[in-house]
Ligand binder design. Structure first.
Ligand SMILES: [Zn+2]
Length: 388
């Protein structure tokens, strides 16, 4: 099956060159990027002079939180979690979590996200909803042992991992201890050992609030440092040196961090230390929306203000964080660029404000709409009509 996307303004994300032309997809893989394709094909999608770019990658979210949008605003993280979110989540049925997860997937597909890193529970229904949506996902079952359910949660994770690991090409797995303040040292070590044995990344909330510096004993992260590690938030990281030259990625969640008054992660510092920085929305309960295009302006503008230096970060760097850096963090090979041999996860975006003088800046600051979303060569939305 050969699909050709014609007449695109192609942002490959490999470099800052923009190519006007066509993309040839064979089954699920990008075959060619060319100014003009004359060969045979089974299907043509006309981009009509709009931007074609890699699909966005949401590197930290909780898809089951769909119904928490604007429910418990203006609260501090621990008050929000302990007194509002966890009690509400305890009342949710697995069916409700499944339905919420599916709606989250649709919101991502409609707004140009083709891959996400989810951490939630309600495992079977949550998992099935993601499969049904046909979005790409690094999946897990959230783990913690601050109550007596630690073993049960681990068993649930292991069950779904063993049942599903070889079945679905679009779903890969992480081991996901919730945080260092909800997991014992022994439990963290158990996660690390399991992840190493099965070559899975670890996905964990890390240094989201200043209090965590006091709550978490020094060296608590150590058992995970030889794992492939995805650290969500990372606002108060004091051990940068320890993280360097390891397979560590930091997921910046600017809206959630601002909403909960947690602070602002200094991504410039991490970038300078050569840590891989990518972007997440967090769950809708704190991040408001799974539309990454609403989050990216903050990624672009906050450092300029913090450093009083507009040159400190460029639009291209921000878009890299939302595409190729996300793919690297999630450990999914050949994803995040429009390039021969890469997975065909791409989107067509219409910029609404004219004139357009810089496509990269415009993608972050212009009003835009995602017209078409393709995951693994399959069209999930075409000209704003969902196909899932
Ligand atoms: Zn989170």
């Amino acid at each position: 099956m050969v699909t050709v996307i014609k007449n695109g303004i192609i942002i490959t994300m490999e470099n800052e060159k923009i190519i006007k032309g066509d993309i040839v997809i064979k089954d699920n893989i990008i075959q060619e990027v060319t100014p003009h394709y004359n060969g045979q094909c089974d299907k043509i999608i006309d981009a009509k002079g709009n931007i074609v770019m890699p699909g966005l990658i949401n590197a930290h979210t909780h898809l089951g939180m769909y119904n928490f949008r604007n429910t418990n605003d203006d609260l501090k993280l621990m008050d929000w979690l302990n007194n509002k979110i966890w009690p509400a989540e305890a009342k949710m049925t697995n069916e409700e979590i499944g339905a919420a997860t599916y709606l989250s997937c649709l919101e991502m597909i409609k707004t140009g996200t083709t891959c996400c890193n989810d951490q939630y529970f309600g495992f079977r229904e949550n998992f099935d909803a993601i499969v049904k949506s046909r979005i790409r996902c690094l999946y897990t079952r959230c783990l913690m042992d601050s109550d007596d359910q630690g073993d049960k949660r681990f068993q649930e994770f292991e069950n779904i991992y063993c049942q599903e690991k070889d079945k679905n090409y679009l779903i890969t797995f992480s081991v996901s201890p919730h945080s260092l303040y909800t997991c014992s040292h022994e439990y963290i070590k158990r996660c690390s050992t399991y992840a190493k044995k099965h070559q899975l990344p670890i996905h964990i909330h890390y240094m989201e609030t200043k209090d965590e510096l006091k709550m978490v004993p020094k060296g608590a992260l150590k058992p995970l440092l030889n794992n492939k590690l995805i650290l969500a938030h990372g606002i108060y990281i004091e051990n940068i040196k320890e993280l360097q030259n390891k397979d560590v990625s930091i997921v910046h969640n600017p809206l959630s961090n601002l909403a909960l008054g947690c602070g602002i992660a200094d991504i410039v510092k991490y970038k300078k230390a050569n840590l891989n920085v990518c972007i997440g929305t967090d769950g809708i309960g704190s991040g408001y929306s799974l539309n990454l295009f609403k989050h990216l302006p903050f990624v672009y503008l906050l450092p300029k203000g913090m450093y009083q230096d507009p040159s400190i970060i460029t639009a291209f760097e921000v878009l890299k964080m939302a595409t190729i850096n996300g793919a690297k963090a999630l450990g999914i090979n050949n994803l995040g660029l429009i390039k021969k041999g890469y997975k065909a996860d791409l989107i067509i975006v219409k910029l609404l404000d004219k004139p357009i003088n810089n496509y990269f800046v415009a993608l972050l600051t212009n009003n835009s709409e995602v017209l078409t979303t393709i995951v693994n060569g399959e069209v999930l939305m075409l000209n704003k009509k969902l196909k899932v």
